[in-house]
Design a protein around this ligand. Structure first.
Ligand code: HEM
Ligand code: HEM
Length: 226
């Protein structure tokens, strides 16, 4: 067993930026009523998710979806060993955790995408507010408000699982998400592929600019007569 690099820098940076963004999104919507910041950080969060989805195909070994997404057979077999204190430690995400990663990514995506279609009933509307009907807006509003509760439940489960692994199974997962290294028999990664990550980040920034600034329709200005 040797200390080897498992989580590349982009994956780790993605994770902790995502945590900061979710916290900021909660604070800007529920505590400080800072809707302008809520929009800006929301676009950044959507960019992070887009980056991670692409990184799941072009990233390093353990960041790839093909490495940690397994079929139901392996998931069930792994689930049966969950309460076994000495079950095999995975270098990357375990078969259950892998699907939890997808659930978390999709929930944040649903939250961000639905936000693009809604408004705060005062002056601020998402960029696609005028692109859809009232009925669609209502659905998006319902998603934006309920998905956050589902996301919170998933986060509690996620952090609960990390604590369970630390306390019960004596597997410390957090340090590896910080410095990237795990003591393992598995092969480590040789680099974080930072050049590929930088190019991908530029493509994502360009794509987000097009989605948010170029494609949305001109806002409809309503006139009020008193
Ligand atoms: C807003 C809250 C959070 C969200 C949305 C979130 C989301 C995620 C996602 C998407 C991953 C997969 C990383 C990847 O492959 O890209 C992950 C992994 C991980 N997260 Fe979080 N996370 C949150 C909070 C936390 C906190 C507070 C901790 C520390 C206690 C934590 C510890 C970890 C660890 C250790 C992993 C790696 C798990 C493994 O080894 O398989 N997360 N998280
Ligand atoms: C991607 C992560 C996002 C998260 C986690 C998030 C979270 C939240 C939360 C918790 C609320 C309060 C809901 C409630 O009161 O029950 C909210 C409200 C809102 N969000 Fe988001 N949001 C995100 C992205 C966005 C985006 C991208 C937009 C638009 C561009 C947006 C627009 C809004 C609006 C207009 C409200 C209503 C504010 C009000 O009622 O005054 N959100 N969001």
């Amino acid at each position: 067993m040797e200390k080897r690099l498992i989580w590349d820098i982009p994956t780790r940076l993605f994770h902790w930026l995502l945590v900061a963004c979710i916290l900021a999104q909660y604070l800007t919507a529920e505590v400080f009523d800072a809707i302008d910041w809520h929009f800006k950080i929301g676009y950044f969060t959507l960019g992070l998710i887009l980056f991670r989805l692409c990184w799941g195909f072009v990233g390093t070994t353990y960041a790839k979806f093909s490495q940690f997404l397994t079929g139901p057979g392996k998931v069930v077999a792994y689930a049966k060993t969950l309460t076994n204190k000495h079950s095999e430690e995975h270098a990357g995400h375990n078969p259950l955790g892998g699907w939890m990663v997808i659930a978390l990514l999709l929930l944040v995506a649903a939250q961000g995408i639905s936000g693009l279609f809604i408004g705060d009933d005062i002056f601020s509307n998402g960029p696609y507010y005028d692109a859809v009907s009232d009925a669609t807006r209502d659905v998006m509003n319902a998603i934006h408000h309920t998905a956050f509760n589902v996301l919170l439940a998933a986060i509690v489960l996620h952090v609960g699982a990390v604590v369970f692994y630390a306390r019960y199974k004596k597997q410390l997962l957090v340090p590896a998400m910080l410095h990237g290294k795990k003591t393992t028999k598995a092969q480590g990664i040789s680099s974080s592929r930072l050049l590929v990550a930088a190019i991908l980040a530029l493509i994502v920034i360009a794509a987000m600019y097009v989605f948010i600034e170029v494609l949305p329709p001109e806002p409809i200005v309503e006139e009020f007569f008193y």
